[in-house]
Design a protein. Structure first.
Length: 277
């Protein structure tokens, strides 16, 4: 069936008979599924054949042996390519990009490969993934996103340890702050570094995280062993803050020069009159 319609509105979606070996949703027990090894969703049947139901963005819907979840809003159907549910802002209708059974890349969305079950704890999810040899940043839809942040390991550098500590302390789910990052690649790279055992946190990526979460930080530099200092001994700890608006003078490195506040030089284009008119 799915090979005939790759994009179709929910109202036009034909009713299918789900395979009882893989799809059995008990109305009295909320079933969940780990989809594509990264999304953990409660599961429901996808409405079709004109059935009206509110599509919930934090829920996965089963149709013809595959999971579909809400991907976002688009201006036209041609913009949607990844399997999932979309909302066309122009026609004001929901439509679904169906999985292609002949496309192996779509197997990650199949119910057969991602069996549903009653809700698991975050620890159980992590254990299951580890048994599969997967290292995943799990976007759990639970009351605690602290558990979604990987634990600090002996291989983590100090910036990565600081980032993990901040996220756990603030109980933050990074996907809720997508708009605070300059582009989706920054957020993707950050999550990749956090989830990878060998991922190295760069100062640039660390600064973007701090900016996104409206945080400041201070670096303190001091001698490990004052009696065995290299060169001239640092007498007082050197403190560098992300809030500093100073630049070091190349002629006098021990002196600092305050930079003008850039906000003072900002041109308000809305209040400025056009002289050419």
């Amino acid at each position: 069936m799915a090979d005939k319609f790759f994009k179709i509105t929910l109202a036009e979606l034909p009713v299918v008979k789900e395979d009882p070996n893989y799809v059995h949703i008990n109305p009295d027990v909320q079933m969940w599924a780990m989809i594509a090894n990264e999304h953990y969703f409660p599961v429901a049947y996808l409405p079709c054949n004109g059935d009206l139901i509110k599509i919930e963005k934090d829920k996965a819907y089963v149709y013809d042996g595959y999971y579909y979840y809400f991907r976002g809003m688009v201006d036209n159907n041609e913009e949607a390519e990844t399997p999932g549910i979309y909302y066309n802002k122009m026609s004001r209708t929901y439509f679904v990009v169906l999985c292609d059974p002949d496309n192996p890349a779509h197997d990650i969305y199949s119910v057969k490969n991602n069996p549903m079950q009653p809700q698991l704890s975050a620890d159980a999810i992590r254990k299951t993934l580890e048994e599969k040899g997967e290292t995943i940043y799990v976007a759990c839809h639970s009351n605690s996103s602290r558990s979604a942040i990987p634990d600090i390991t002996k291989n983590d550098g100090f910036l990565k340890r600081a980032a993990k500590t901040v996220l756990k302390e603030k109980n933050i789910e990074l996907d809720n702050y997508k708009s605070s990052f300059g582009n989706k690649n920054e957020l993707f790279n950050l999550k990749q570094v956090l989830r990878s055992p060998d991922g190295k946190m760069s100062i640039m990526l660390f600064e973007r995280l701090m900016e996104a979460l409206h945080l400041k930080y201070t670096i303190i530099i001091e001698e490990v062993s004052p009696e065995e200092a290299c060169g001239k001994k640092i007498m007082d700890p050197i403190r560098i803050s992300s809030e500093d608006t100073f630049e070091m003078s190349s002629l006098y490195p021990n002196e600092v020069k305050e930079l003008p506040n850039q906000n003072d030089n900002t041109i308000d284009t809305e209040d400025e009159e056009d002289e050419d008119v």
